[in-house]
Ligand binder design. Structure first.
Ligand code: SF4
Length: 102
């Protein structure tokens, strides 16, 4: 399945908050560094830039909730910066949430 068709096959979630996103219209490569080239300084710089943008985003909570709801169903959503978190942050958050709900 292609990345585009995978995203389109996700369950419909409310995405009206995206209109207020601080990243709207920005270069998405900042939020999705090419990790196939490794965790190099360029990727780290992009990650830090993306996290700084998220830090001033009015819909950070909605974005993180969207990412957490979508990740289990989408490989695409597992990568990149969403809601002021990177993929490692979200894995940790997911484990915490599972522990709390158990
Ligand atoms: S929290 Fe970050 S990734 Fe999410 S909408 Fe805002 S700026 Fe974009």
């Amino acid at each position: 399945m292609s990345k585009a068709s995978e995203l389109h096959s996700l369950p419909k979630l409310d995405v009206s908050w995206m209109a207020q996103a601080a990243c709207r219209g920005m270069d998405t490569s900042i939020f999705f560094p090419d990790y196939e080239k490794g965790y190099n300084s360029d990727n780290q710089a992009k990650r830090q830039e993306a996290l700084a943008i998220c830090g001033r985003c009015p819909v950070r909570t909605e974005c993180l909730d969207y990412a957490m709801a979508s990740e289990p169903r989408s490989r695409v959503m597992r990568n990149g910066v969403y809601g002021g978190t990177d993929e490692v942050d979200r894995q940790k958050l997911g484990r915490k949430r599972k522990t709390r709900s158990a």
